[in-house]
Design a protein around this ligand. Structure first.
Ligand code: GLN
Length: 280
């Protein structure tokens, strides 16, 4: 079978599974099979596929039809200005989280040698992006998931950041090491009862541990705030990603723990997504 016929078949299979980006996804998966890019596919669409490649392509299409996210099929996701290695043990970096990056870069433009802590570091997309942009900062990432930390370490190595990073497998409750100028966190903040309403791509494939915020969605947020108030230096900044309906509740929690609210930020869909505060 040639590339074009396989792409048409693959697209139809994904369309029948109601995947909106059927053709795009099919082309991306074909590019993966051929270790090339989408341009190559268009220019070489009459070339025959080897049996092995056809089998590999069918397998990927089948998984995508079951809604496995493209990022997990490719083992990579573009975030800010770089590609991050990902697999099913870590949350896929979200474009909404880039709002935090923009703000942190703005806040740290003239800063020197900051010591950063990322709580629930996941793939490392926030911490490592900041360290790439701010060459004299150092960072610590903690995560309760050992498998997720392994992914983060791969990314740190790929970006040549080993020397400026430390990673610890730890529950936030138990972590007591160091004092930080800047703390960042994108904790799990979805209410347990709302998990079932998430897209199938998310709920069936992404780690529940990275999403489930307990009964009211704030069980991890509370812990992160409380611990951050101990680990942060006076006047240190705390940048927290939140759920779209959590702003007021989280502001109260922050105030109670001695944080002054600087500002809140909206994501690309105009939902409240981030709170910036300072420890006083
Ligand atoms: N923003 C993510 C989502 O929509 C949730 C991330 C989180 O819980 N921290 O699925």
């Amino acid at each position: 079978m040639n590339i074009q016929s396989a792409v048409i078949k693959g697209t139809n299979i994904l369309k029948n599974s109601y995947i909106k980006t059927a053709q795009l996804d099919t082309e991306i998966l074909m590019a993966k099979v051929l270790s090339s890019n989408r341009e190559y596919i268009v220019l070489n669409n009459l070339k025959d596929l080897s049996d092995n490649n056809l089998e590999y392509f069918k397998r990927l299409i089948k998984e995508r039809a079951k809604r496995k996210p493209i990022a997990y099929l490719l083992n990579k996701k573009f975030f800010w200005d770089s590609e991050f290695y990902v697999n099913e043990n870590t949350l896929i970096p979200r474009p909404d989280t880039e709002v935090l990056i923009e703000e942190i870069l703005r806040l740290t433009k003239y800063k020197n040698k900051l010591n950063i802590l990322d709580i629930g570091v996941g793939s490392g997309c926030i911490l490592l992006t900041i360290l790439k942009e701010r060459k004299n900062f150092i960072g610590t990432g903690i995560d309760i998931s050992k498998k997720s930390l392994d992914i983060c370490k791969i990314n740190a190595k790929n970006f040549d950041l080993n020397e400026r990073t430390k990673f610890y497998k730890s529950d936030i409750d138990k972590f007591t090491l160091g004092k930080y100028d800047l703390i960042i966190s994108n904790p799990p903040y979805i209410k347990s009862c709302d998990l079932k309403y998430l897209e199938r791509e998310i709920v069936n494939y992404e780690p529940i541990l990275a999403l489930d915020g307990g009964l009211d969605g704030l069980s991890q947020v509370r812990k992160v705030i409380s611990k951050s108030s101990e680990l942060i230096k006076k006047n240190g900044k705390f940048i927290l990603e939140i759920g779209f309906d959590q702003k007021n509740k989280v502001i109260k929690l922050l105030n109670k723990k001695g944080f002054y609210i600087n500002n809140t930020l909206k994501d690309l869909a105009n939902n409240d997504r981030c709170i910036v505060s300072t420890k006083i």
